[in-house]
Design a binder for this molecule. Sequence first.
Ligand code: 6PG
Length: 232
Amino acid sequence: MSVQWHEFPSKDDLDAALAAKIAAVLNAAIAERGVASFAVSGGRTPAGMFKALSEQDVAWDKVYATLVDERWVPVEHADSNERTVRQHLLTGAASAIRFVSPVCEAPTPHAGEAEIEARLAAMPQPFDVLILGMGDDGHTASLFPGAAELEHACASTTLVAAVTPPVAPHRRITLTLPTIARARAVIVHITGTGKKALLHTALGEQKAVTEQYPIRRVLDAAAGQKHVFWAD
Ligand code: 6PG
């Protein structure tokens, strides 16, 4: 597996470089196909990068974006990934991004799956780039070790799957592993020495160890370019 590592002296340097990389990928897609599509992760790591990305020179009205995964909470909720995107990415010129929300009125992700599937199917596929976070347990998107639906979400031919991870919030919707694997590029965006060490372990040789980490399964399956962007 060939993964390109990019390390930066500070979080600000990382955010600036990753924003410039994503903008370059989107601009290349627009030049080639007239449109671009990407998906971002939630959690705490991406807010600074979102701001830097929103300030990049991109024809944002030609760009479709969604989330790699979402917690099933109202958009106003502190746990909402869409809330972070709306606050930090969809601002200024970047508010022209065609953001496709992965949440709907349905009471549960299982009940909303078909509607979200249809929304995402209307986006240009495959995604030009996916920005993946990683949790301390090696989960990525909402592909959690030990989740009841992990194998379904890793094998399903649908774009998205509803999952009930072992950690809160327990209701989530996620891109499936095959959807992630089809992206033209995936970028793992992590900070801190703990996550760097964990990713090295996950990418190691000992199958009995590495198979515990969904991030490894995702990177093994990914067909396009694979990058890791890291700062302490
Ligand atoms: C989510 C995410 C998730 C995230 C990691 C890292 O909704 O939880 O999209 O996969 O990327 O948990 O989260 P932090 O950036 O908060 O460490």
